[in-house]
Design a protein around this ligand. Structure first.
Ligand SMILES: *Cc1c(COP(=O)(O)O)cnc(C)c1O
Length: 385
């Protein structure tokens, strides 16, 4: 296996884990579409027994994603939720988790509707002031689950400050790095124990795969996570692994353009008369801008806007009148998407809690794609008109 650990991000994205196939020299990792592997005699095989546990296409992708987070290990899952599920399965009844109050809707749903039934307690708190965490720590606290930037109000949580508190109290810190992608932010370097990605988003990048990943530097945590993958079976298929490897080869190019377009769109919307509020961490007046500048390389293409005085009907009308942006859940693909969190991605969060988190009915979330930005701004102009 060629070593790309000393190379820069784009070189790693293209080459890490992607050695030519030893049997043919094929430059692209083959799709090992197989469920089992022939054994020479019982127990003697080439390192592969059954494909829920190991698949060479998946292994190549795992090496690649680990390299992008400067991590030692990566385990891929059939979805981001499958990856999150594996982290929670490291816990026991009676354990407590501290997490944010502005969380991906699916994570909130899993924590409250599935794992509270198994006797795990979750505290959903404001993490923008990391000191807040200390109030909720007790002997049962085992995990701090942080998402930053948050979805959809783009709060920035100070990962290094969280890591200091987690370490001092012997708590695992896991960071959902989906919104930033490994191009913008590397939580392991800031002290996180586990990084989670919904690979579905920026890593895959083409809105054609659902997948998740967990990255860690800790051998014991890795062993546990791999054991959970193999035992519980949320493994991704080899074709999907191939598609993601192909997607990642342009991650650095796509992210550069997402950031460039994101800035232009955010600047256009900031002064638009129909916009009451805009959430984008690149603005110097964003409340967490300094932390964003410290822990992120750039500010990305995720923007949320609150429409001035718009009713739910008026908000729906605007959301439905785009021609280049598509109205859809998800984010991080090459195409621009618009989403109405209150009825789409965050519908599983009760209204009082949504309102408290700022996910109001006249809020729209944009995933700015990599199209020509002039066309995106024209589209916003006509839809808002
Ligand atoms: C999409 C998403 C998830 C869930 O990932 P899936 O691949 O859809 O299961 C988790 N966290 C964040 C921030 C997401 O955007």
């Amino acid at each position: 296996m060629a070593d790309f650990s000393k190379h820069k991000f784009g070189t790693k994205a293209i080459h890490a884990g992607a050695d030519p196939d030893p049997s043919t020299g094929a430059i692209m990792t083959p799709i090992f579409q197989t469920s089992t592997y022939v054994q020479e005699s019982p127990g003697t095989n080439k390192g592969y027994g059954y494909a829920r546990g190991k698949n060479p296409t998946r292994e190549a992708l795992q090496k690649n994603i680990a390299a992008l987070e400067n991590g030692k290990h990566c385990v891929c899952f059939s979805s981001g939720m499958g990856a999150t599920d594996a982290v929670i399965k490291m816990l026991r009844p009676g354990d407590e988790v501290i997490t944010g109050d502005d969380l991906y809707g699916g994570s909130y749903r899993m924590f409250t509707k599935i794992y509270e039934n198994f006797g795990i307690k979750f505290h959903f708190i404001n993490l923008t002031d990391a000191e807040n965490i200390k109030k909720y720590i007790n002997a049962n606290t085992k995990l701090l689950w942080v998402e930053t930037p948050t979805n959809p109000t783009m709060q920035i949580i100070d990962i290094a400050a969280c890591a200091t508190i987690a370490k001092a109290n012997n708590i695992l810190l896991a960071v959902d790095n989906t919104f930033a992608s490994p191009y913008l932010q590397n939580p392991l370097a800031l002290g996180a124990d586990i990084v989670m990605h919904s690979v579905t988003k920026y890593l895959g990048g083409h809105s054609d795969v659902v997948m998740g990943a967990l990255i860690t530097n800790d051998d014991k945590i890795h062993e546990q996570l791999y054991f959970i993958l193999n035992s519980c079976g949320a493994n991704p298929g080899p074709m999907d692994c191939f598609l993601v490897m192909r997607g990642i080869k342009t991650l650095h190019l796509r992210m550069e353009r997402h950031c460039f377009n994101g800035r232009k769109v955010a600047e256009f919307l900031k002064t638009h008369p129909k916009i009451e509020k805009i959430y984008w961490p690149g603005f110097t007046d964003h409340p967490n801008h300094e932390i964003a500048k410290k822990q992120m390389r750039d500010f990305g293409g995720m923007i949320s806007i609150v429409l001035k005085g718009a009713s739910l009907d008026a908000t729906f009308k605007i959301a439905s009148s785009f021609k280049v942006f598509s109205l859809a859940e998800s984010l991080g693909g090459v195409e621009s998407l618009i989403n109405h969190p209150a009825t789409m991605t965050h519908a599983s969060i009760p209204k009082p809690e949504r309102d408290k988190a700022g996910v109001v009915e006249n809020l729209l979330r944009l995933s700015v794609g990599v199209e020509d930005v002039e066309d995106l701004i024209e589209d916003l102009k006509q839809a808002l008109a």
